[in-house]
Design a protein around this ligand. Structure first.
Ligand code: ADP
Ligand code: TRP
Length: 325
């Protein structure tokens, strides 16, 4: 049987090309290399911070539509909503009884909130890793592809499953392994910092061609003259371009930088057209899919049914071991 890869995507911001390269593209690569892929939209994790009905609904459909536009169904990815799987929440409670306060106090999301001096820290944020452990353990996931920032949370899931198994003296729960893509680059944003929805420096994956041209025009550059030779590696335009262009096109632009005589506008235009071309087909599909909310709901329901078969089997096993009659 093929190994199961499982990951969750929090619908808290518009999808940008950093998310695409850092998360969506590698997830599709795993799905096409023989893993049984279970990917889901973590809408209950989103409400630890996002308290706006319209925004959450909109982002939930947008994220789902994006995965569909990139071919989730064709790749046999089981794409579902966390909120459609009640077993996850039952398991989260059970696991919380095997998670110590000390373990959760060491978790990054909580520690960061404390370090920032957040006045209000809700219980959802504190117990975030327990829900995440339930997301993973409910489906007997073998591997969890995540960015470095989420590695600790997967290790906490391993710990909690281990504590549970030790308590009952048998391997009831599968202990997942994080799968960290070390080679995934940090995609720079318009200002040269890491592209992130928190920094207002993103290029949305499904921006229209005009929006893409406007956004790339905003990329921060230095004030060197047209004639001056330029260092491509220090330039956000080139660093973004090389992520999408062919090797030959990237080399050609590099030579233009080094030779001098190239305006920033010329480089920005090249980047804009490369981005427009790269996302043209998925953008067209996305624009169709996002109009059809009922269609999105139907796919999600169908996939939830499939996912729940796995989740129900896990919960039956767990209740039985714990003594829930
Ligand atoms: P944001 O930084 O915009 O808040 P998230 O933290 O929601 O994005 O990230 C979702 C996923 O996208 C994560 O797997 C993360 O590793 C990836 N990701 C986000 N920004 C980037 C970036 N600039 N470069 C590479 N990957 C990124
Ligand atoms: N915490 C993850 C993030 O912020 C999202 C997530 C929720 C997740 N549940 C998960 C990731 C389970 C992997 C597995 O990006």
């Amino acid at each position: 049987m093929s190994k199961r890869a499982l990951t969750g995507i929090k619908p808290t911001g518009i999808l940008h090309i950093g998310n695409y390269l850092g998360s969506i593209r590698p997830a599709f690569k795993l799905a096409s290399s023989g893993y049984d892929a279970f990917y889901f939209i973590a809408n209950y994790h989103a409400i630890t911070t996002l308290h706006n009905k319209q925004e959450l609904e909109k982002l939930t459909y947008e994220h789902t539509a994006a995965w569909l536009a990139f071919g989730a169904q064709e790749q046999n990815i089981t794409l579902y909503l966390q909120s459609d799987i009640p077993e996850i929440f039952e398991l989260a409670w059970i696991l919380s009884c095997f998670s110590t306060k000390g373990l959760l106090e060491r978790a990054h999301a909580y520690k960061d909130a404390v370090a920032r001096g957040d006045k209000v820290i809700n219980h959802g944020l504190f117990s975030y890793p327990v829900l995440m452990a339930a997301d993973i353990i409910c489906f007997d996931a073998d591997f969890v592809p995540v960015g470095k920032d989420q590695k600790q949370h997967v290790e906490i899931a391993r710990d909690i499953a281990g504590t549970f198994n030790n308590t009952f003296g048998k391997p009831v729960l599968k202990q997942p392994q994080p799968l960290i893509q070390d080679d995934v680059m940090v995609v720079p944003g318009l200002d040269g910092q890491k592209m992130s929805k928190s920094y207002n420096n993103v290029i949305p994956v499904f921006a229209s061609p005009d929006e893409i041209r406007k956004l790339t025009a905003r990329i921060k550059t230095d004030s060197s003259s047209v004639e001056a030779p330029k260092d491509p590696d220090k330039c956000t335009i080139y660093n973004l371009y090389k992520l999408f262009a062919t090797e030959a096109d990237a080399q050609a632009l590099k030579q233009k930088y080094l030779a001098g005589g190239m305006s920033w506008k010329e480089a920005k235009d090249l980047l804009a057209e490369a981005l427009i071309k790269q996302f043209e087909k998925p953008r067209q599909r996305y624009n169709e899919i996002i109009k059809d909310t009922d269609g999105i709901k139907a796919v999600l329901k169908q996939n939830a049914q499939k996912a729940r078969v796995v989740a129900e089997a896990t919960l039956t096993r767990v209740r039985n071991v714990v003594g829930i009659v």
